[in-house]
Design a protein around this ligand. Structure first.
Ligand code: SAH
Length: 352
């Protein structure tokens, strides 16, 4: 295995260079090039000697995700990126334009082991964790494209393929590097990490005390119902997950956001809305997401009327309910769909 420079933080990289017989401060310079200037090649690092650049290219090749395809929505300004990783794996990311800026939705794993019944990401199973560098590389590719338009990524959502709290060490390195003053200086307050409810992961994240937003994929107001669509609920029951979210709030002062994908005839009744409000209590924040239909699954989104009715009940009960706009509906919006489609059509690497 060659050195994964893109995933390394300052001290570790300094030490590595020292071990290679180079000056420690070269580490700092490389970090600035990679994460500040978003260099893609050692040859761009003009304050390093030609010899060192050649040596690094050989001993520590940069394993940046390669932009395979970019799909642009005709309806809004959403862009979906398909990346190829150094071992050939495909991952997808989405760049969205909001009133408050651009947000990048990135993948944390290739494939997913969670097997949620409504999601496309788990259909082909889990392949591997992404490194911190591979997560950063997704953001950097979008950032480079935006720079050309004098814009920049200001918000990050880790809501692409994979379960980030099962790849926590790499996720934490990703967050630290992205917010580092030598890097892109992205505010941690503008970062959201979404989980299906990995209790030990939520607890560990609470201990880090980072001011990031934690989003919980709830999708059902009772343990019984949740178990039907999310196999992970058998391992981490609803009560334990909500208790972990409460701890997260107490330790970080940051309110957890609850995500609720609306599925017609399954979790969209008035009774479901009242149960949800009672479960979370006044002041909770719920993001209602009209389900993105996945061709392999039978579930679909309810009508706009049902969605609004559900939101109105929550609001009447004192819950802050927002309905998420559906962006990029014409470019395979739902998680994992693009990767699957592409893999099926072109490479045949992902199969059910
Ligand atoms: N594993 C993490 C992060 C990835 S999923 C998690 O479960 O939170 C990001 C969000 O998209 C989750 O809330 C997930 O439940 C939701 N999602 C997955 N498939 C969807 C679909 N077909 N339509 C709408 N939302 C979906």
């Amino acid at each position: 295995m060659s050195l994964d420079v893109l995933s390394m933080e300052g001290e570790a990289l300094n030490a590595c260079l020292e071990e290679m017989g180079e000056k420690r401060f070269r580490g700092k310079q490389i970090i600035s090039w990679l994460h500040g200037a978003l260099a893609e090649d050692y040859d761009q690092m003009t304050n390093l000697s030609k010899a060192l650049r050649a040596r690094l290219s050989k001993e520590a090749p940069l394993m940046l995700p390669v932009k395979e395809r970019v799909f642009s929505s005709q309806i809004d300004e959403t862009q979906k990126y398909l990346f190829r990783l150094s071992d050939g794996q495909l991952v997808e990311s989405v760049l969205m334009k909001h009133s408050y800026g651009y947000s990048a939705c990135i993948s944390s794993q290739a494939g997913c082991a969670m097997g949620c019944r409504f999601c496309a990401s788990g259909i082909g199973g889990f392949v591997r964790d992404l490194t911190a560098g591979e997560m950063l590389g997704q953001v950097y590719a979008m950032q480079r494209d935006l720079f050309q338009r004098k814009e920049r990524v200001s918000h990050i959502v880790v809501m692409g393929t994979g379960e980030p709290l099962l790849n926590l060490d790499n996720l934490l390195a990703f967050i630290r590097i992205l917010s580092d003053e030598k890097g892109q200086r992205l505010s941690r307050r503008n970062m959201t990490v979404s989980t299906c409810g990995i209790v030990p992961g939520i607890e560990r994240l609470s201990q880090e005390g980072l001011p990031i937003t934690l989003a919980l994929s709830l999708h059902a107001a009772t343990q019984e119902k949740r178990k039907e669509i999310m196999p992970i609920a058998k391992k981490y029951p609803l009560e334990a997950v909500l208790a972990a979210c409460q701890t997260y709030f107490e330790r970080t002062g940051r309110r957890v956001t609850y995500e609720y994908a609306m599925m017609a005839g399954f979790n969209d009744s008035e009774k479901d809305a009242r149960r949800l409000a009672a479960l979370l209590g006044r002041g909770a924040h719920v993001n209602l997401i009209p389900l993105n239909a996945v061709k392999e699954h039978a579930l679909s989104a309810p009508s706009a009327f049902v969605l609004e009715r559900f939101a109105a009940i929550l609001r009447r009960e004192g819950v802050n309910a927002t309905i998420r706009r559906s962006l990029g509906a014409d470019i395979e919006g739902a998680c994992g769909q693009l990767r699957r489609k592409y893999a099926d059509d072109t490479y045949g690497t992902v199969r059910t």
